[in-house]
Design a protein around this ligand. Structure first.
Ligand code: FES
Length: 80
């Protein structure tokens, strides 16, 4: 798990830590390869998250890593 600092795009933070998630679509939300789970902290759901995850998965914190922007510190489980 990693802690993503506030006001940070998760994908940028991961790259700064030399952590590479699969981003086959270049971070546009089209491939679903960058799945992560938000363990703590609030992360809003966007339209592309709704394409790839069920309502239950969204409630459990699953998000597309390429779409996550930390408005507060987030603890994130990198799934792939
Ligand atoms: S990189 Fe393709 S959906 Fe996130």
């Amino acid at each position: 798990m990693i802690r993503c600092p506030v006001n940070t795009r998760l994908q940028d933070y991961l790259l700064s830590q030399n952590i590479h998630i699969r981003t086959s679509c270049g971070g546009r939300g089209n491939c679903g390869k960058c799945k992560v789970r938000i363990v703590s902290g609030y992360c809003s759901v966007n339209a592309m998250d709704r394409v790839w995850f069920t309502e239950k998965e969204l409630e459990e914190g699953y998000r597309l890593g390429c779409q996550v922007y930390a408005k507060e510190e987030l603890v994130v489980d990198i799934l792939i």
